[in-house]
Design a binder for this molecule. Structure first.
Ligand SMILES: NC(=O)c1ccc[n+]([C@@H]2O[C@H](COP(=O)([O-])OP(=O)(O)OC[C@H]3O[C@@H](n4cnc5c(N)ncnc54)[C@H](O)[C@@H]3O)[C@@H](O)[C@H]2O)c1
Length: 380
């Protein structure tokens, strides 16, 4: 039997807790956690059932009893913590965006490659069974030749002036907010399903709420800021992007954190010569497959899925699976790679984190210059 991995978690907010539950599900022991204060670290260790609270991120990383480090902090800490964890010989799961710039992300890919450790990024929407099914329909030729990709990723939790979060502050979240935070997921998914790379972009960005009340780092998705003065916002609330892939497929995506009523609506359509495929993250049990003669709604039924889709389905048809199941499958695949050294199909690695950071840099450069910009993938 495999020795259970010992996992440590840096950052225990919204996603840190999701990571910890997925790690347990994948058979790990929760070696310990660290948050932004000793009190938060203690409370999180207790709530998650972790063995201990560490005094600092460095203590957690340097502990010989930790095999794999999950980095779930605000964005500005991702790169320095990942570099340190790899140097300490740990396997790393680092949240997106992998780094604040693509140059920094390229350095992390190098560090991961030379460490020989497994280093992954939770682009977890890849783990919906019907996403795999859509990918398979394109790959097998069943859908025909891909021509267009389009869609949106819309949220509303930063709609108002008193909605605040560390992501709004460029020093903590990075120069891009909406695109780096959620547009990166959409682009990763588009590239994953199509198996094509976005190579050129033309973008416009919007700061819809130019001043915000600043809180004390309000929790993600609650938004509420404490009263006080307002400060100027310099990260975008929304972005429109036109893009082109290396194979000449055209696409567009609208990304927004200020769309009333939209919670986490990642929606993508891929139009091929015989079939259009539509996936909506908020209704992930179905895939719409449109043909000129008729349209069908494919349901997540393990008995009907291909091997690629079926591998991701854990429950029988009619028993809805969701976001948490994707996270469990992603962490399970990362741990399988650590145990066996074999990388399961579709595992998002630091190279995919770099690809997303490279697109983000190009989107910002295009929005600033008004020009089409080539994506610098940092491939030597
Ligand atoms: N893959 C996904 O689907 C997904 C979803 C949500 C968030 N994320 C990413 O996860 C990261 C965290 O986002 P969140 O929504 O959980 O934020 P959050 O604000 O809910 O949690 C951040 C956590 O980091 C801790 N922290 C802050 N500074 C720290 C420090 N110096 N040392 C240790 N801990 C520190 C905070 O106390 C908190 O526990 C972000 O990078 C975000 O982009 C990814």
């Amino acid at each position: 039997m495999l020795r259970p991995l010992k996992a440590g978690f840096i950052g225990t907010g919204f996603i840190g807790s999701v990571h910890a539950r997925a790690a347990l599900q994948a058979g790990a022991r929760l070696a310990g956690v660290v948050s932004s204060t000793p009190e938060r670290s203690q409370a999180a260790a207790q709530a998650l059932g972790a063995a201990r609270a560490y005094a600092s991120a460095e203590d957690l990383i340097d502990d010989d009893g930790v095999d794999v480090v999950h980095i779930c902090t605000p964005n500005h800490l991702h790169a320095p913590l990942a570099v340190r964890a790899l140097a300490a010989g740990k396997h790393v799961i680092c949240e997106k965006p992998l780094a604040l710039t693509s140059a920094e992300a390229a350095g992390l890919v190098e560090a991961a490659n030379s460490s020989g450790r497994i280093a992954t990024v939770p682009f977890v929407y890849r783990y919906y069974p019907l996403v795999r099914e859509a990918r398979e329909r394109l790959h097998s030729g069943k859908a025909g030749r891909l021509r267009l990709m389009h869609g949106s990723y819309l949220q509303d939790w930063l709609l108002r002036e008193d909605d605040d979060n560390w992501r709004v502050d460029a020093a903590l979240g990075g120069a891009s907010r909406a695109f780096a935070d959620i547009g990166s997921h959409w682009c990763d998914l588009a590239q994953f399903i199509s198996q094509q790379s976005i190579v050129r972009v033309s973008a416009r960005k919007l700061i819809a709420v130019p001043r915000r009340h600043r809180g004390d780092g309000a929790s993600s998705f609650t938004g509420a800021a404490t009263a006080g003065g307002t400060s100027l916002v310099d990260t975008e609330d929304a972005v429109l992007v036109h893009f082109e892939t290396a194979e000449g497929v055209l696409g567009s995506v609208t990304v927004s954190q200020v769309s009333p009523g939209r919670k986490n609506r990642l929606w993508i359509e891929l139009d091929a010569s015989d079939e259009s495929l539509v996936f909506n993250q908020e209704e992930p049990e179905t895939l719409w497959c449109g043909r000129r003669e008729s349209a069908t709604v494919l349901r997540r039924d393990p008995a009907q899925l291909t091997a690629a889709g079926g591998r991701m389905a854990t429950l029988p048809a009619g028993h809805p699976e969701g976001y948490a199941s994707c996270f469990e499958a992603f962490v399970g695949d990362t741990y399988a790679a650590i145990h066996t050294g074999e990388v399961p199909e579709g595992l998002p690695t630091f190279a995919d984190g770099l690809a997303a950071a490279s697109i983000t840099d190009a989107v910002l450069a295009s929005a600033d210059s008004g020009q089409w910009i080539d994506v610098d993938r940092h491939i030597n």
